[in-house]
Design a protein around this ligand. Structure first.
Ligand code: CAA
Length: 284
């Protein structure tokens, strides 16, 4: 699989820009690819701000922050990812979108290149099947905020080879992250366990058991969670939470994964959490 020096990141949203940030900070050259200039500009601006924040906190020097930013090249041209040694996709969490991207990337990238997905719940096995390199497809699931959270959930699809797994494990360690190996199943481990907690907290709000503030306080003070479940749901994005609950519900077929009707209504209303200014809380 060769030495990985240049990394392609597809998508400059919250996860994509965080992933580009940690690869650049880890010394890799990064091609950050988006579909529109305004999304690319927004992503690059977020990376600049977060690198400056890290420099201000003394986590890296100003020179290192500037050099990291300099290693990121924005592009709107997916074909330019052909120059990459490794590509990670962090596009919208919809199978139809990701499957098309995987088929396209497979036709663009040299044969030896590993193709990873940052999907939070979609089957790696199904994504791998869209390509002619299924043994080189793998899940590399980062956590928000990516520059801060230590975990990378590394998901083996049914076809993923040991060499691919070993390369991604090593890559995660080079980023100063801790890889944890899991097998492919709806929601993997992280979201299979986390999302039902968030969904249940939403049922508790809907049924008037307690306010979002009280529920969050229970988890912050009683279980030492850094954020209560409703603050966390707003932070992740309620649309993302709903998509993941639907993957769990469809994939596992158990009614215990039924998305909370309040969550569905809030997403229908465009109340998507922090990013839209309103979710379980209001944001300035
Ligand atoms: N980039 C760089 N640094 C950042 C950052 C970013 N985007 N966001 C926060 N930080 C740094 C801050 O500068 C601060 O640094 P110091 O410790 O040096 O002061 C540190 O992180 C803590 O941040 P804050 O002081 O601003 O705030 P906080 O103490 O409340 O922590 C938090 C914020 C790290 C987000 C914390 O609340 C937390 O850990 N929350 C839970 C997050 C979580 O569960 N994430 C996973 C979500 S699930 C997911 O991502 C995957 C999925 O599939 C849905």
């Amino acid at each position: 699989m060769g030495d990985i020096k240049t990394v392609g990141v597809l998508g400059a949203g919250t996860m994509g820009n965080g992933i580009a940030h940690v690869f650049a900070r880890g010394g890799f050259d990064v091609r950050l690819c988006e579909v529109e200039q305004r999304f690319l500009d927004r992503g690059l601006e977020a990376i600049k701000k977060n690198l400056e924040r890290e420099a201000a906190k003394g986590k890296l020097t100003t020179d290192e922050a500037v050099a990291s930013l300099g290693r990121i090249q924005g592009t709107l041209n997916r074909a330019s990812l052909a120059a990459c040694d490794f590509v990670i996709e962090a596009a919208t969490e919809k199978f139809e979108i990701k499957s098309k991207l995987f088929a396209e990337l497979d036709s663009i990238l040299p044969k030896h290149v590993i193709l990873a997905s940052n999907t939070s719940s979609i089957s790696i096995t199904r994504l791998a099947a869209q390509t002619k390199r299924p043994e080189q497809v793998i899940g590399m699931h980062f956590f928000n905020p990516v520059p801060v959270m230590k975990l990378v959930e590394v998901i083996r699809g049914m076809q993923t080879s040991q060499a691919t797994y070993d390369a991604v494990k090593e890559l995660s360690e080079k980023l100063d992250k801790t890889p944890v190996e899991v097998n492919d199943a709806p929601g993997f481990v992280s979201n299979r366990v986390l999302m039902p907690l968030l969904n249940e907290a939403m049922f508790a709000v809907m049924e008037g058991v307690a306010t979002p503030e009280s529920i969050d306080e229970v988890f912050q003070l009683g279980m030492a969670h850094p954020m209560g479940p409703l603050t966390l749901a707003d932070f992740i994005g309620l649309d993302v939470c709903l998509d993941i609950m639907r993957v769990l519900h469809d994939g596992l077929g158990d009614p215990k994964y039924r998305p909370c009707p309040l969550l569905v209504r809030m997403v229908d209303a465009g109340w998507l959490g922090r990013k839209s200014g309103r979710g379980f809380y209001q944001y300035a």
